[in-house]
Design a protein. Structure first.
Length: 178
């Protein structure tokens, strides 16, 4: 049987018995630490990967929220510019036109032509930040696509006081008295 290197060094007298025992214990200790360290290193590696994945997900969410804020600000700026560029001057009208702004009845002074155009649906009332503005209906429809809460009044042109009459095709006799 072949002797180990340690036994051969002991037999040759190159190393004493105490020194050989210390080396053997140190070697055994290192092997144990390597075995323990590899499990710990794997756990640390997995933990680091999980924390990195969580950080990436959190960063993506923050980035998405910031981009959403930037997009919202851009839309508000576009709507504000559309309203400012297309507003119709209110010429100190003598007719108070009433409308609802978030369940509160508001009034705006318009002239007879503007009132007629509001009822017909060729004008609309919008509000971005400041006062109420009159704008043309095509511009109001573009704004309504981007930010509907800005448009307060946009009639579709139908007369709501004229309901669908099932008897409209029948002629009313002249001699009928009420």
């Amino acid at each position: 049987m072949a002797k180990s290197l340690q036994e051969q060094l002991l037999a040759a007298g190159a190393v004493d018995k105490n020194r050989a025992t210390k080396l053997k214990k140190a070697k055994h200790k290192q092997a144990k630490q390597r075995a323990r360290g590899s499990v710990t290193a794997d756990e640390v590696k997995i933990s680091a990967q999980q924390s990195q994945a969580e950080k990436i997900a959190r960063d993506r969410e923050l980035s998405r929220l910031k981009q959403q804020e930037v997009d919202e600000k851009a839309v508000v700026a576009q709507v504000r510019q559309l309203v400012e560029n297309n507003r119709i001057e209110q010429s100190g009208g003598e007719i108070a036109y009433s409308f609802s702004d978030h369940n509160i009845v508001k009034k705006i002074d318009v002239d007879a032509d503007q009132q007629r155009r509001l009822v017909q649906g060729s004008l609309a009332i919008a509000r971005v930040d400041g006062p109420y503005e009159l704008i043309p209906a095509p511009v109001a429809r573009k704004i309504n696509e981007r930010r509907p809460e800005t448009i307060l009044v946009l009639n579709d042109g139908d007369d709501p006081s004229a309901p669908d009459d099932d008897y409209a095709a029948y002629e009313i006799p002249d001699d009928l008295s009420w």
